[in-house]
Design a protein around this ligand. Structure first.
Ligand code: AP5
Ligand code: MG
Length: 276
């Protein structure tokens, strides 16, 4: 599905950062949109989650998946699965990831391409961790435009850096599923084991202070241009909060207002008052 990137397109759409509130009001004055899986004829959700390492992209993806009918694709989870299975992609990715460097655009495009191709055009989906470079962003856009399924929302998780290093140091993951735990915030029911499969949890190789510093630097360097790109397209929403519990209700409200049917007043025939 994805092809290789052409030089960055110039977007002439007026620069505009839409707040969650203004987007809600924009949509409340237009026909309600919802996920196609719920109401026929509406565009499915095509959402990107962007945020620093440890900002809660994986945590929020899991909640969105649980509460909305959305397929989730996490680039980091896919890479870790490939490493675990010893695939060619896994072998290429292992070294970069361990050092906090980025895996090449070529590999990433191939990986995400395979996953997107498994999803039906009417299915809502979200991407966590892809795109990460302008080249990846432009490639994704060109491909989605070509099949007339453009992105319709980009959510930037804006979490203060002071809180995220500790989260990372406390993180345990179930590599095959990508489920994440935190020893104080959302510990597993049984220490060291995944809640669903009972399989052992692991630490990520890149979850140490040195590698985290590099990942954070990379994130700063690459994310600003990406945010500008989507801001200019008018599809960027930045949500701030110290914890995922503060941010998730904002995401839920946003998705409900845009992709779920509005509550329609029931118009049944008036019920006669009970005769006493
Ligand atoms: P990736 O796996 O995407 O890592 P990341 O972006 O660094 O983000 P994280 O997964 O670390 O954090 P998150 O935002 O998902 O936070 P989480 O929900 O787990 O990428 C890893 C590597 O793969 C990259 O460095 C790169 O090498 C490569 N890569 C990936 N995509 C690529 C691409 N497109 N191009 C090139 N290379 C690519 O939360 C963190 C922790 O906090 C968890 O333990 C969670 O339980 C906990 N937590 C969440 N909320 C709270 C809370 N409220 N309070 C306390 N703890 C909380
Ligand atoms: Mg993650």
């Amino acid at each position: 599905m994805l092809g290789f990137a052409r030089p960055a397109m110039q977007h002439k759409v007026a620069a505009q950062l839409i707040s969650a509130a203004s987007l809600r009001s924009l949509h409340s004055s237009s026909p309600s949109r919802t996920m196609s899986s719920m109401v026929e004829g509406y565009s499915p959700l095509r959402l990107l989650l962007i945020g620093s390492p440890g900002s809660g992209k994986g945590t929020q993806s899991a909640r969105i998946q649980e509460n909305f009918e959305v397929e989730t694709i996490s680039s980091g989870d896919l890479l870790r699965k490939n490493i675990m299975q010893g695939t060619e992609i896994g072998k290429i990715a292992a070294m970069e990831m361990q050092n906090g460097a980025l895996v090449s655009d070529k590999v990433m495009v191939k990986l995400i391409d395979m996953e997107l191709n498994k999803i039906g055009s009417e299915q809502s989906w979200l991407l966590d961790g892809f795109p990460r470079t302008m080249s990846q962003a432009v490639t994704l856009d060109n491909t989605l435009q070509a099949v007339n399924q453009p992105l319709n929302l980009v959510i930037h998780l804006n979490v203060p850096e002071e809180v995220i290093l500790q989260r990372i140091m406390d993180r345990w993951v179930h590599i095959p599923s990508g489920r994440v735990y935190n020893m104080t915030y959302n510990p597993p029911k049984q220490a060291g084991l995944d809640d669903v499969t009972g399989e052992p949890l692991e630490r990520r190789l890149d979850d140490n202070p040195e590698t985290f510093k590099i990942r954070l630097q990379k994130h700063h360097e690459l994310t600003e241009p990406l945010l500008d790109y989507y801001r200019h397209r008018g599809i960027l929403i930045s949500l701030s909060g110290n914890t995922s519990d503060e941010i998730y209700p904002q995401i839920r409200e946003l998705l409900q207002s845009r992709f779920r049917p509005e509550e329609v007043p029931v118009t049944e025939a008036p019920v006669a008052e009970a005769q006493i």
